[in-house]
Design a protein around this ligand. Structure first.
Ligand code: C5P
Length: 250
């Protein structure tokens, strides 16, 4: 798929509500956001829930058109995952993650509920993204869970299952972009963490790529955390990363 006008999603990994609100306002606030979207995940959501999202990422900021990636990595029986989706659709997330290893029925139930609840509330249907194999797992970790496969093969298998089950895309490491783009076609969302701007510290990302490399290989979205939210000037850092990713109208 063609990369969106600004493919950069900034993850805000903190439990400090005031700090999150300030960061989001500075990088996603108007008149033009410096990023394509904001990612809030387990750390923030478990600490502050829906009221925290409404406080830190309020409607006026959303009105700039900036996206919202709610990275919950849901994994449970189909009925429970559908209930979780139902509970968060009112926040109008652009993307929600679920584990593809939860299986076909779980993913189908999530897709169905996302559509049904969005229609009930008259909000856009959130797109669902599959988490395949966590990058923290290697072949021997998979084997210990009873899966006798190379992680890269398992990633492809789970991404294909996610697509068949109606998901809109997957989370993938920079090194999986080419194979997944080939397997899942041009319209499949590939949301890619492990991105580091030219000349920055890798932190604990062992095999990071630059924004330009990831977009050129076929990433549709890039997730960038510390290089933005730990920068002395997060807005300037976000803009520089967006430019590296090919955005030229900031
Ligand atoms: O600070 P950094 O840019 O490394 O943050 C990347 C974000 O992407 C974090 O929110 C992290 O949880 C997430 N992520 C990742 N690697 C994965 C999957 C998700 O870094 N394999």
């Amino acid at each position: 798929m063609k990369a969106p006008s600004n493919p950069v999603y900034s993850s805000i990994d903190t439990t400090d509500l005031a700090q999150a609100a300030k960061l989001i306002q500075s990088i996603a606030g108007g008149p033009k956001p410096a990023v394509g979207g904001i990612k809030l995940g387990l750390e923030f959501f478990l600490a502050h829930g829906a009221p925290g999202v409404r406080y830190a990422f309020p409607v006026p900021v959303r009105a700039t058109g900036v996206g919202f990636f709610l990275d919950l990595k849901l994994h449970d029986i189909p009925n429970t995952v559908a209930g979780g989706i139902r509970a968060v659709v009112e926040l109008a997330p652009t993307y929600i993650t679920i584990h593809a290893s939860g299986g076909r029925e779980m993913m189908k139930a999530a897709v169905e509920e996302a559509g049904a609840q969005a229609a009930r509330l008259n909000v856009p249907r959130p797109k669902l993204l599959g988490v395949t194999v966590l990058t923290s797992l290697d072949r021997s970790d998979l084997e210990a869970t009873g899966i006798d496969a190379d992680p890269s093969d398992q990633v492809l298998r789970l991404a294909a299952l996610a697509q068949e089950s109606g998901l809109d895309g997957a989370i993938c490491s920079p090194h999986e972009i080419v194979a997944l783009r080939k397997k899942c076609g041009p319209a499949f969302v590939l949301m890619v963490p492990g991105i580091r701007p030219v000349g920055s510290a890798a932190d604990d990302q062992k095999r990071a790529m630059t924004p330009r490399q990831a977009v050129d290989l076929g990433a549709s979205h890039l997730v960038v955390g510390r290089p933005i939210y730990q920068a002395a000037d997060p807005r300037a850092a976000a803009e520089a990363i967006a430019r590296e990713a090919g955005v030229n109208d900031l």
